[in-house]
Design a protein around this ligand. Structure first.
Ligand code: MLT
Length: 261
């Protein structure tokens, strides 16, 4: 796995496939490994760039708060290091929040968006309070309770036990400090609706029909905001549709890449 040094800290990323670059951010509380089917078999015509957010996976923690902007800035630094002026940008769930944050920071570098099982609205007050409670619990007791609470909500009931086991193992391997910091970072995220309504490039929105965390209504609300957008609802998938139905996702990504001028 290649490493970039960002102000002296290691930032790991995968670089697979050939074609239009797609900077793809992972969700919470995962690592870039959560794209294993796509990394094993990249969509045709696409160069996948999949980092581990700072503090997650193999990447070292960074200074300051773990905001969506901080993760987006690391992604921009990766594009700089690879001498890529622009790319498709996307992510699953929290990864989608980061993709929207990057579009706010530097819209000229986003050729198109891939928003997977995510939303553009921020947390309400009750949601922010839940994030803080999660952060405090994880700091005190580790990630166990978070993992046990999240696991049953992540995938559709019929999903493969092997996928479930690998996801659980990946979640349990994440650093409690990073998980707590990202929980607070998500609570502080901005409303992304203005960004999506200004975005003029192509945008592919994908959601599992049984997504219990960012349900189909959230995806439809995003589609209503973006002029040039498509919405694919994946049957028999929950919040991790890229893992549950990778065969369905590949042609959507290929179509998005091929639609670029
Ligand atoms: C994720 O999968 O990244 C999280 O469920 C996002 C969230 O908690 O809002």
């Amino acid at each position: 796995m290649p490493t970039l040094s960002l102000q002296g800290r290691d930032y790991f990323y995968e670089d697979r496939g050939e074609g239009v670059p797609l900077l793809l951010f992972h969700g919470f509380p995962f690592s870039g490994e959560s794209y294993w089917p796509q990394l094993d078999s990249p969509p045709r015509g696409v160069r996948l760039l999949v980092p581990d957010h700072r503090g997650f996976g193999k990447s070292a923690p960074g200074p300051g708060a773990l905001t969506m902007d901080a993760m987006a800035q690391d992604g921009l630094a990766l594009l700089d290091a690879l001498k890529l002026q622009s790319a498709l940008v996307g992510g699953v769930s929290m990864g989608g929040y980061v993709a929207i944050a990057l579009t706010r920071l530097d819209p000229g570098r986003v050729r198109g968006l891939l928003l997977l099982d995510t939303q553009s609205t921020p947390d309400d007050e009750a949601g922010k309070a839940r994030r803080e409670a999660t952060a405090l619990d994880v700091e005190k007791n580790g990630v166990g309770a978070l993992v046990e609470g999240l696991l049953p909500k992540l995938m559709a009931p019929g999903s493969s036990p092997q996928t479930r086991d690998r996801v659980e193992k990946m979640m349990r391997a994440q650093s409690p400090q990073a998980v707590a910091a990202a929980s607070r970072g998500m609570a502080a995220r901005l409303d992304g609706k203005d960004i999506l309504s200004r975005f003029s490039g192509p945008c592919a929105i994908v959601v599992g029909a049984q997504d219990a965390i960012t349900p189909v209504e959230k995806a439809k609300a995003m589609q209503a905001l973006v002029k040039d957008s498509t919405l694919d609802v994946i049957e028999d998938a929950g919040h991790l549709s890229n893992l549950e139905r990778p065969d369905e996702l590949a042609p959507i990504v290929e179509r998005l890449a091929a639609s670029l001028p």
